[in-house]
Design a protein around this ligand. Structure first.
Ligand code: HEC
Ligand code: HEC
Length: 648
């Protein structure tokens, strides 16, 4: 999902994994193209019969191309393997040429696929009715109900039983983390847990969406998608552009908080003109540059991945060997950016000069390897060619097309990413690889969300409100009863259960700052004070040093590390977390003075967003008696529990 910035090295190219989530729901026992056949063709055939080479005139990337065939005519004849050139060559072990032949099992899959009439996952998903009428906006409750109808139908057909609804505490914590990027305070938790309002969940969603923190958090989420964690430093005088990335996050955050539509935000990014100092979105172009200069093709690939949900990176130098994207399509999109000039710090629309017809053309440069020197006209992806009458800016034309209500890519790309954000898995995966042979797991649901987002004028809060009000979002992540790993994975993939997610660094830090009442909390502080890893056990010390080496080098940003195991290990045992909490101190100073049990309850509420059980109360009491009332010890234990560190 992360975008790569450097030119792809040929050696590093691996055969893409075309394993599909949709396979989970494909009940048919027959061989399906995407699940059973394409992986074989990709590995064994497409190198010579794909976008890069078409030996014998044959392209096998899509069914229409196979039906068209090569020099000997159609490669496949539906229902008739023996009349299919493709099968004949495989059966006779003529293809692939060379030592490695297909195994009997692989051959059986291909033969059966032809005999059964070329079935595909996409075709076996007959039900792509979005349920709600396209072209009109619905209430969040209606959309949420339709989301559940889609998912429940798929669950039933796969004979999977959805997990029950979460308890209030679980929901509360999840929705705070997802919508505001930190756990609720003890007071916020109490207010919700003690509420008798039937509609309290929907109301809480509304309340959180109205806070500036909602924007802030979604802003930094999108910041990380636009500016992947390993930012290139070559465009910025060798320094990693963290500050500029943070400014982009803030800018996006203000937009999201103000309720700006995704169409407006997108337009403001791709048509930006100016300096990075006062237009933070300039970093979008800065990151796709090379050697300090902006590049048109880099911009096209980023637009593809982020706003269209398609991967164009393998079509830069040659037609994509595996996907149905041509090099020409890639450069036709790049042509919209042919006039941009600037460097990491600024972007502007230069003068193209020349006759009107040349204004929209780009020449494929040497770095692209194939078709170097060919001119390509600006054209919308799989759409019409751009025509302009005079020397005018081209990017606004791209923005118009992109954000038009009938654009087939724009709404679904955003909706799928937001779904991914909440469920840790897209309806299409990878989230930026939409194409005919990578179908969604739930086609009707994908349509529903894209329709609704478009009909609501790309209103981000509306889309999120719809998703969060669904039963699917509100299910428990707790595993009920006995499950083998396979069934559990299937249930999670089918969105029948909330997956456990690891808190991102930002979220963990903001939550800790709250629990410790310290807005300047910095877990790297012990390094700057010159102390060592003394007192840490060996694996923890190793993990800690690794953590500092990899993630703790940015002086400007204490949250600048990626999540994962090293982060978790670093937290455990971190001396700062035992050194006192201002929030706890001020709680203890309250009048009337809280009892020991009240403080324990307060600590549970401010970390785990729930009240302690009676066993937990007893356990805490024992610990406090032994440690002369070390409340900070209780806090430390709570923030080190997996219940705290995970989004559940
Ligand atoms: C190393 C390159 C290479 C690979 C890999 C390869 N082929 Fe070929 N294929 C060729 C060449 C060269 C020809 C043209 C010469 C010929 O017809 O034998 C060809 C021709 C064909 C033809 C006939 C096309 C026509 O219309 O005349 C078919 C069908 C075919 N290949 C199928 C396959 C299948 C199926 C695979 C994978 C299992 C495969 N090939 C893998 C090189 C390759
Ligand atoms: C910067 C240019 C560039 C990009 C980007 C690029 N390729 Fe290539 N690719 C090449 C060149 C050059 C060759 C060599 C072609 C030849 O030998 O005819 C090649 C060859 C290949 C081959 C054939 C290898 C073989 O052994 O025959 C495959 C497969 C391939 N690329 C896949 C990809 C995929 C997948 C991507 C995207 C992840 C990609 N390429 C992106 C330049 C590129």
């Amino acid at each position: 999902m992360t975008r790569k910035w450097k030119a792809w090295s040929i050696r590093g190219i691996a055969v893409p994994i075309l394993l599909l989530g949709s396979a989970v729901f494909a009940q048919a026992q027959e061989s399906l193209l995407e699940r059973d056949v394409l992986p074989i063709l990709t590995k064994q055939c497409l190198g010579c019969h794909g976008g890069l080479r078409q030996k014998g005139g044959l392209d096998m990337r899509t069914v229409p191309a196979m039906l068209k065939g090569g020099k000997s005519g159609p490669a496949v004849k539906s229902h008739d393997a023996n009349a299919s050139e493709l099968w004949k060559r495989i059966q006779a072990d003529e293809m692939p040429p060379g030592e490695k032949k297909l195994s009997p099992a692989e051959k059986a899959h291909i033969k059966q696929w032809i005999t059964r009439g070329l079935p595909t996952v996409a075709k076996s998903q007959k039900d792509d009715d979005p349920i709600l009428k396209a072209g009109q906006k619905h209430t969040p409750k209606e959309v949420a109900a339709a989301i559940d109808q889609h998912l429940n139908k798929a669950l039933a057909s796969a004979r999977l039983k959805a997990a029950p609804r979460s308890e209030d505490g679980e929901f509360l914590r999840r929705v705070y983390l997802d919508l505001t990027g930190r756990v609720p305070t003890a007071e916020q938790a109490v207010a919700f847990l003690d509420s008798k309002d039937q509609d309290r969940r929907a109301k809480l969603i509304d309340t959180l969406l109205a806070t500036p923190r909602f924007g802030e958090h979604l802003g930094r989420t999108w910041r990380d998608w636009i500016c992947p964690p390993e930012l290139p430093s070559d465009g910025n005088g060798g320094a990693q552009p963290h500050k500029q990335a943070q400014n982009l996050g803030k800018w996006l955050g203000e937009r999201f908080a103000a309720g700006d539509s995704w169409a407006k935000i997108t337009r403001d990014i791709i048509t930006v003109d100016g300096q990075i100092n006062n237009k933070p979105q300039v970093i979008f172009f800065g990151l796709v540059g090379q050697g300090g200069r902006l590049t048109a093709d880099g911009a096209a690939r980023a637009v593809g991945s982020l706003f269209l949900g398609v991967q164009l990176q393998c079509a830069q130098c040659h037609d994509d060997p595996y996907r149905d994207w041509s090099q020409k399509e890639h450069w036709a999109l790049a042509a919209f950016f042919r006039k941009i000039t600037g460097d990491f710090n600024k972007v502007s629309e230069g003068k193209a000069g020349g006759a009107a017809k040349n204004i929209t053309q780009i020449t494929i440069p040497n770095s692209a390897f194939k078709n170097v020197g060919t001119t390509v006209n600006a054209a919308f992806l799989k759409g019409k060619v751009l025509s302009v009458k005079k020397d005018e800016a081209l990017r606004p034309h791209l923005a118009d097309w992109l954000t038009a209500k009938d654009n087939p890519y724009f709404a679904r790309a955003f909706a799928n990413r937001m779904w991914f954000y909440f469920f840790a898995r897209g309806i299409v995966n990878p989230v930026d690889d939409f194409r005919a042979l990578n179908p969604p797991t739930h086609p009707g649901l994908m349509k529903l969300l894209a329709n609704e987002f478009g009909a609501a004028d790309f209103d981000v809060k509306h889309l999120i409100r719809c998703i969060c009000n669904s039963d699917a979002y509100q299910r428990t992540s707790r595993v009920q009863g006995k499950f083998n790993e396979h069934d559990l994975a299937a249930l999670t993939m089918a969105f029948g259960r909330m997956p456990l997610r690891v808190m991102t660094a930002d979220v963990l830090f903001d939550s800790l700052k709250l629990a410790y009442g310290d807005p300047g909390l910095d877990l790297r502080a012990i390094e700057s004070k010159g102390s060592s890893t003394a007192g840490m056990s060996a694996p923890v010390a190793d993990a800690y040093l690794e953590f500092l080496r990899r993630f703790g080098t940015n002086k400007e940003d204490a949250t600048d590390f990626t999540h994962g195991i090293p982060q978790m290990l670093t937290m455990i045992n971190h001396p700062r977390l035992l050194a006192g909490s201002r929030a706890l101190d001020s709680h203890r100073k309250r009048k009337p003075a809280p009892t020991s049990a009240q403080t324990v309850e307060w600590l549970y509420l401010s970390t785990l967003s729930r009240r302690p059980t009676s066993e937990e109360h007893a356990e805490a009491a024992r610990y406090l008696a032994q440690t002369k009332e070390s409340y900070i010890g209780v806090l430390w234990m709570l923030v080190n529990r997996s219940e705290y560190l995970l989004v559940r």
